[in-house]
Write a protein that binds this ligand. Structure first.
Ligand SMILES: NC(=O)c1ccc[n+]([C@@H]2O[C@H](COP(=O)([O-])OP(=O)(O)OC[C@H]3O[C@@H](n4cnc5c(N)ncnc54)[C@H](O)[C@@H]3O)[C@@H](O)[C@H]2O)c1
Length: 357
């Protein structure tokens, strides 16, 4: 099969990872592919994240603003385009928001995945056989495993102990997806990646939030004592891994994708402050850091085993943490307007409600 002829149906492609993935696809396969990007455009989605792609690839790129639970549109897309590869990035993705109001998380992250799986099956499963070369990639998260309590790391067969409503909604979707694998032998693959960072990430998330506050000389809120550890993955390494999984991953399997960069929030904050200070010749320093009341149920550490994707699919992260952070900070400084547009009235209300200032 010529992979270059594939039609991709991407959901949530106007968000952070989805927009990076679509840009990666066109860079890699050019006009040899078609992409249908369905996104509801919540506060975190921004159609302009792909304005370059709209312009350069307008014959092969279509944006549809709709909710992933919309049966009518899903039916139309499956019938009209018969997509080869479905990649579901659409999600409510912010843990803090899921603690305050979980309903949207269940609706999109769990029920939405069920809807997509149903349409996938209704269209491509005939007489108990799957139409060849159709694939469904469910983008999940390391948070489904819960907190790493000892020196162990989680492998793909570790039990799921999600801590937040966000993580529980994603774990529920993984279980549903897996049930389609077991019951119908559905060609579904699940990816579970660690914390991503890079361009186009909505500034409620740690790294762009720190850059934004540094640029505005605003206090930088850090939960608890700043000792929470995350494994940081550069988004370009993640989207490359997803592409490899689509091409060479095995149906029905789960793949962890980790950056191998475990580092505490406070250490990340200091690195970012230093980078912004250097790039902008600013007089900011670590006194911007403000420790705030810890997030409820805050997982101390996440840690992934990534032997499976490394050994079976020959993937490994290629960008050093230092280089990736430099590129990321540089991007937000060069795209300050993007940051300003993202930190709108809704953002400021959310920010005040969460951090109290
Ligand atoms: N960012 C990370 O560090 C990370 C890590 C692991 C896994 N993930 C997963 O990767 C995926 C993408 O994450 P992200 O960081 O790009 O999130 P994001 O919040 O930046 O983007 C999510 C996108 O989904 C869209 N969306 C939300 N609800 C929708 C609905 N009902 N219908 C259609 N579109 C809807 C939003 O408008 C937005 O464009 C998510 O599934 C997330 O769980 C993210």
């Amino acid at each position: 099969m010529n992979i270059n002829k594939n039609t991709y149906f991407i959901t949530g492609g106007a968000g952070f990872i989805g927009s990076n993935f679509i840009r990666f696809l066109f860079k890699r396969y050019g006009n040899g592919i078609r992409v249908i990007n369905l996104d509801k455009l919540t506060y975190a989605g921004n159609e302009n994240n792909l304005s370059d792609i709209e312009k350069d690839f307008h014959d092969n790129y279509k944006f549809i603003k709709v909710d992933i639970t919309d049966d009518v549109t899903l039916s139309e897309i499956f019938k009209k385009y018969s997509p080869d590869i479905i990649v579901n990035f659409a999600a409510e993705s912010h843990v803090d928001r899921s603690i305050k109001s979980p309903e949207n998380f269940i609706q999109t992250n769990t029920f939405g995945v069920f809807k997509l799986l149903e349409h996938f099956k209704d269209n491509f499963y005939k007489d108990e056989k799957w139409i060849p070369n159709k694939r469904f990639i469910q983008i999940s998260t390391d948070e489904v495993y819960g907190e790493t309590k000892n020196k162990e790391s989680f492998s793909e067969v570790s039990p799921l102990f999600p801590s937040s409503p966000y993580a529980a909604s994603k774990a529920s979707a993984d279980l549903l997806a897996y049930s389609f694998v077991r019951t119908f032998k559905a060609p579904v693959i699940i990816t579970r990646s660690s914390n991503n960072f890079g361009p186009y990430q909505y500034p409620e998330k740690l790294i762009p939030l720190i850059v934004n506050n540094c640029l505005n000389k605003k206090p930088i809120p850090i939960y608890g004592d700043g000792g929470n550890i995350r494994d940081w993955l550069y988004v370009e390494d993640n989207v490359r891994a997803i592409d490899i999984i689509i091409n060479r991953g095995k149906s029905g399997e789960i793949y962890n994708i980790g950056g191998g960069n475990e580092i505490s929030n406070i250490a990340i904050a200091k690195i970012i402050i230093d980078l912004v200070k250097n790039y902008t010749n600013s007089d900011i320093d670590y006194s911007l850091i403000r420790f705030v009341k810890d997030r409820k149920g805050h997982d101390k550490r996440y840690s992934l085993k990534t032997d499976k994707i490394r050994s079976l699919l020959n993937w490994k992260p290629e960008t050093e943490l230092k280089t990736a952070l430099e590129r990321t900070v540089r991007w937000y400084i060069d795209n300050r307007k993007w940051l300003e547009n993202s930190t709108d009235k809704e953002y400021n209300l959310y920010y005040k409600d969460t951090y109290g200032e």
